[in-house]
Design a binder for this molecule. Structure first.
Ligand SMILES: [Zn+2]
Length: 307
């Protein structure tokens, strides 16, 4: 698939244009814009052709020649509930796929990237695949949250996976240590620098209202970052342009509380079993402009489901 085909595809799928993009239309001559890709929730496994699907996705990313890619998490199918052997197999599959990517990648940790945080865990705590250790070493440059600068923009990769107080199960959470780091990181970036934040668990989402009766199935500890309110006001003091997430496998844009939240669907769709509420397996291409605005479009990977 060549670049021209991809661009035609992008036009055919009609990008969503928000208020900030429309405001920018009169300023389209602007200087140093750049693009990056946000792909999330690939859930790589040996089954259902998932590795071919992921490689298809990464080949499309290579064709687009973005400056870099951000993986939004859940790189592997699941390490929460499986044996050490199975987790190793999935991480090996992920490494084989990512070897195809030709641009730098920054990785967000997803709940399924964590070994054995479950009441149904099949993995011993002494395993090198237990907890966040494997991700931290191989995909986090020794950390689970960090930041970097690119062409006048500041990018923050957060770790939104905490643990419930009295259970090994995970919850969406930003812990106190990370919150202190975030305060210092934003202060160093300054109030004018445009900021993009990438999380796995969304700060805000309507997924649960969309798919279930919220009086019968409340959001619960897994669906959102439960303590987002503790950093909401902090974020408003800075030039946070965009908060990217995954986790829910849906495409969603919410402009709420002075912030823009975009969830970028899922590379795996419904865990390689088909589309998600009619939306294809896809990734998000974001273009950042010199004036601090951005626009984005979703690219379907054109996947055909396999048995
Ligand atoms: Zn996922």
């Amino acid at each position: 698939m060549n670049r021209r085909h991809l661009l035609q595809g992008a036009l055919a799928t009609a990008p969503i244009i928000g208020a900030s993009q429309m405001a920018r239309a009169s300023d389209s001559a602007g200087g140093d814009s750049f693009s990056f890709v946000h792909f999330t929730d690939p859930h790589i496994q040996p089954e259902r052709g998932a590795m071919d699907g992921m490689k298809q996705c990464l080949h499309m990313v290579n064709e687009l020649e973005p400056d870099f890619a951000i993986n939004g998490g859940d790189l592997i199918m699941d390490a929460l509930h499986v044996s050490e052997e199975r987790a190793k197999l999935e991480w090996d599959c992920a490494a084989e796929c990512l070897a195809e990517l030709k641009v730098p990648a920054y990785h967000v940790i997803g709940n399924h990237d964590i070994g054995g945080w479950s009441t149904r865990a099949q993995m011993d705590e002494s395993s090198p695949y237990f907890g966040k250790a494997y991700f931290r070493e191989h995909y986090g440059d020794g950390r689970t949250y960090r930041s970097f600068d690119h062409k006048g923009w500041h990018f923050i990769i957060l770790d939104t996976i905490g643990q419930l107080p009295d259970s090994p199960d995970y919850r969406g959470w930003i812990d106190a240590e990370q919150t202190e780091w975030l305060k210092a990181d934003l202060a160093a970036a300054g109030r004018d620098t445009p900021v993009v934040i990438a999380t796995h668990v969304p700060f805000q989402t309507t997924l649960h209202q969309l798919t279930s009766d919220p009086t019968l199935a409340p959001v619960g500890p897994h669906g959102t970052v439960n303590n987002f309110h503790t950093i909401w006001k902090l974020l408003q003091s800075y030039n946070v342009q965009l908060i990217l997430s995954g986790h829910g496998h849906i495409r969603e844009r919410l402009d709420v509380g002075g912030l823009t939240h975009i969830q970028s669907g899922a590379v795996c769709g419904l865990w390689w079993k088909g589309d998600v509420h009619g939306e294809d397996e896809a990734f998000n291409v974001i273009t950042c402009h010199a004036d601090g605005s951005f626009d984005y479009r979703f690219e379907s990977i054109g996947w055909k489901v396999r048995a």
